[in-house]
Design a binder for this molecule. Structure first.
Ligand SMILES: [Zn+2]
Length: 838
């Protein structure tokens, strides 16, 4: 058992290697022949146990090293294990890695590099040899040798700085609290910072040079969030400081390193001079998610990766709850319901898994960072809070935190404390949701009897493409609103339930949108809802559209029926509704092959979308509702996708005039995507040039998304070649853009052919953990079952078995789309021709 690590890290001048010294205090509980610990890509110069030399044997396959005494076994007791070693500084975000970026110095663009770490789930073993599993908590003393002008940041505050010869210094950090290895963090670079405090906790946000003013929104959000969490958890944040770092693009969204959270700067920084509600919501939500981990995840940690869902589900749920509380105008809960759709789509398929899933070994831990872990996890936590009541739920969380601080738990520990606080059997309620795959379809049937109504609720498992799925049931808390608006709460179990209502008329199930289930109404009740659609609450409309779309994918509803609901929206003002609808239209559009047919479908879409765009217009009006900016962006993007001539003309005019009148941030993604999709050579070159010189992460991101949508095949191919051959983007970002190009423009085939023809080079450019995604992502836009077979065959030929799950998942999606295509494409087309009167 490790108890304490003292680590000294010295990066080499070229920043591609480092040397390390690890002194680890361990306790040996019973005699052992050897000590086994994790290590990847480390070279060992010397290892001793209480100064006695050890022999070293690396096992690359298991990512371990075996240390044995020259003679005899190791007796029980406390020891000091000392290891001198060296390792690699990666170009991808795994372990200690480089981040390359460009900075503007006057008129010049200067290349810069900073160092950062990404340990979760299993990369701490690339920085130091150790027991790299979440249950092996220990304290850490970390020291790093860096060039004198650089700033070093880690989990704890700096405790000492010692000048060294040659313009170097050694920065030592205070001893950490007891924590798992995956939370260890180290950042080194030319950094600025913004400083503040909340409840006596010093806060800093570090940025690269010249960007700290852009962290003001994030700082204000942090203060609001930390103060709320200090109260909610009933325990103050426990470390002596909380730093956050904005790292240039090339890293993932964010990582909850204890006391030193890092973010892709595009997800944290924000130019307040150019306001965008979209960015505010995203930044706020991500900060709340990461800071929630300071308690839930860091202070109390899952014992093993099979309980990862609890960390991620809780943090995601807490983030939504916090945003809803302080910024109700963002309607974060409704947004959360929309994001839940990805999880429900995955969870209704053959390849799904229970949120609590056995993880055989740590190499498979990465497979679990998926929509089911985050989003189904979040939804279940939300249902549980609603089932137990807000106060009882919070009290249970407080007891759990107090009882298990600085230690590791399983889900059963949380259920225990929630049961104690609420007096209910939480484990019995939870088990079907966390241990079974899938979720229920709740069927609502109304019978009118003498003016009153009899409503029958029953459940069955909902699947999209798995008719032979195991039959399962859940304990489903159903909320039902009747024709008078009165609400009824029912716990639906295996047997159908009957409710008598005073009045016959419109009923709505899953009001409040908390339930993780789909609803299917009897035909008459559905007609009533459809007729009332424009007069319902936006949340009711969204729920009906979402469930209808899923039923259409499952073959239980005609695409024409779904599209009629879309047509009935009129000048709908809710951006969540449009976000869903524009995605749904995109899904259907890609199932229609013949150019003439697609043109008809596009013309029908344009006719439906022009009306709501007329309401909001192209320019923000002073004092307009925050939602209008979001609606405007979505409609312009969708109209651009449909090739609407007016939209294209206006977007081009604004793009051409950008020198005199910069495109405002809220509309930028839409304008760039419309312009790129229909770009000629000059526009394409201008976009690429802009991307090369942009230093703002958000602008860069908008340009990347736009270029992925270039629809002219030859131009797209040129862009893919450039992404592969140059270092203009970080390698991870370049591979992401290659595999996601063409998805939005019906050019998925161009991407697939390119990836197939250049597979060794694309795989070599991808990070070790990104490799498994390359083929599945590139194949994804297809609706051709033969592509699915090809994907699986190519994966087996070029990758090891760790990649098979993702390939099967993507192949299953392609086969599902092929089924939907043969059934629904003619129906969607019939709807379009009906609209056009042709
Ligand atoms: Zn998280």
């Amino acid at each position: 058992m490790p108890q304490h690590y003292a680590l000294r890290i010295v990066p080499a001048a070229g920043q591609d290697r480092f040397t390390g010294n690890a002194q680890i205090q361990i306790e040996v509980a019973k005699p052992v022949a050897a000590i086994e610990l994790n290590a990847v890509d480390l070279e060992f110069q010397k290892a001793t146990l209480d100064a006695a030399p050890l022999s070293v044997r690396l096992d690359r396959k298991r990512a371990t090293v075996l240390l044995s005494k020259i003679e005899g076994s190791i007796a029980p007791g406390r020891y000091r294990l000392e290891i001198e070693y060296s390792g690699l500084i990666a170009k991808h975000p795994i372990g200690l890695h480089q981040v390359s970026y460009r900075e503007r110095e006057g008129e010049k663009l200067v290349d810069k590099t900073m160092l950062a770490t990404q340990m979760e789930p299993v990369s701490a073993r690339r920085l130091f040899p150790g027991w790299d599993e979440p249950a092996f908590r220990a304290t850490f003393d970390l020291a790093v040798v860096v060039d004198e002008p650089l700033t070093a940041v880690s989990n704890m505050p700096v405790s000492a700085v010692t000048p060294l010869p040659g313009g170097k210094k050694e920065v030592a950090f205070a001893r950490s609290v007891s924590m798992p290895t995956y939370l260890v963090a180290l950042f080194v670079g030319e950094l600025d910072y913004l400083e503040d405090s909340v409840d006596g906790i010093p806060l800093r946000i570090y940025t690269t040079k010249g960007k700290s003013a852009r962290a003001r929104f994030a700082m204000a959000a942090t203060k609001e969030i930390v103060a709320y969490f200090n109260a909610y958890f009933g325990m103050r944040y426990t470390l002596p400081k909380l730093d956050q770092l904005a790292v240039p693009p090339g890293i993932f969204g964010a990582m909850e390193n204890w006391g030193a959270i890092n973010y892709n700067e595009g997800r944290l920084l924000y130019d307040e001079g150019d306001p965008s509600v979209r960015q505010q919501q995203r930044i706020y939500g991500l900060i709340a998610h990461e800071i929630a981990h300071m308690w839930f995840g860091n202070l109390v940690t899952m014992a093993w990766w099979d309980n990862l869902w609890l960390n991620e589900g809780f943090a995601t749920w807490m983030s939504t709850k916090t945003a809803e509380r302080f910024h109700p105008q963002w309607r974060s809960r409704l947004r959360g319901a929309l994001w839940r759709q990805d999880a429900m789509t995955d969870d209704a398929r053959r390849i799904t898994h229970p949120i609590q899933t056995p993880v055989k070994n740590d190499a498979r831990a990465m497979d679990l960072f998926d929509s089911i872990t985050y989003s189904k996890g979040e939804s279940f936590i939300g249902m549980l809070e609603s089932f137990l009541g807000e106060d009882a739920f919070r009290d249970g969380i407080r007891r759990y935190m107090r009882a298990h601080q600085y230690s590791n738990t399983t889900t059963a520990d949380l259920w225990h404390h929630l049961s104690q606080a609420s007096g209910r059997d939480v484990a019995a309620f939870a088990a079907p949701w966390t241990e079974q795959p899938g979720f229920p379809l709740v069927k609502v049937e109304q019978r009118c009897v003498n003016g009153g109504a009899e409503v029958t609720l029953r459940q069955e498992r909902f699947t999209l493409n798995d008719p032979r799925a195991q039959r399962l049931t859940w304990k489903v808390p159903v909320t039902l609103a009747d024709a008078t608006g009165a609400q009824h709460a029912v716990l639906l179990e295996r047997e159908p339930q009957r409710l008598r209502l005073k009045r016959c008329g419109m009923v709505r199930a899953n009001v409040g949108h908390v339930g993780y289930y789909r609803v299917q109404y009897d035909p008459k009740s559905l007609d009533l809802l459809a007729r009332e659609l424009p007069r319902l609450e936006a949340s009711d409309r969204l729920r009906l559209l979402l469930d209808s779309f899923a039923l259409m994918q499952a073959g239980q509803l005609d695409a024409g029926r779904y599209l009629a609901l879309v047509d009935a929206l009129g000048d709908e003002a809710d951006p969540r509704v449009w976000e869903h609808v524009t995605e749904a239209l995109r899904f259907l559009r890609e199932l229609i092959d013949a150019p003439a047919d697609r043109a008809d479908f596009d013309a029908a879409i344009a006719r439906v979308l022009r009306k709501p765009l007329t309401r909001v217009g192209w320019d923000a009006r002073p004092g307009e509702p925050v939602d209008d900016a979001l609606v405007r962006r979505q409609l312009i993007e969708a109209l651009g996708r449909a090739g609407d001539a007016d939209t294209l003309q206006e977007a081009r005019a604004r793009f051409a005039a950008r020198g005199a009148k910069p495109i405002d941030a809220a509309l930028r993604p839409a304008i760039l995507s419309v312009v790129a999709r229909h770009a000629d050579d000059a526009t394409f070159d201008a976009l690429v040039q802009w991307l090369r010189s942009a230093t703002d992460a958000d602008v860069k991101n908008d340009l990347r998304v736009a270029l992925r949508g270039v629809s002219e095949s030859e131009r797209l191919r040129r862009w893919l070649e450039r992404l592969l051959a140059t270092d203009e983007l970080s390698p991870g970002d370049a591979v992401y853009d290659i595999t996601h190009s063409g998805q939005d423009s019906g050019r998925g085939d161009v991407t697939w052919q390119f990836v197939r023809a250049n597979l060794p080079a694309v795989l070599a450019k991808a990070s070790p953990r990104g490799r498994a995604w390359v083929l599945p992502e590139a194949a994804q836009p297809s609706a051709d079952a033969a592509r699915a077979d090809e994907l699986v065959a190519l994966t087996k030929q070029h990758l090891d078995s760790g990649a098979y799950y993702l390939a099967e998942k993507s192949a299953d999606w392609i086969r599902l789309r092929a089924q939907v295509k043969s059934r629904e494409a003619p129906r969607a087309l019939r709807w379009a021709r009906g609209i056009l009167g042709t």
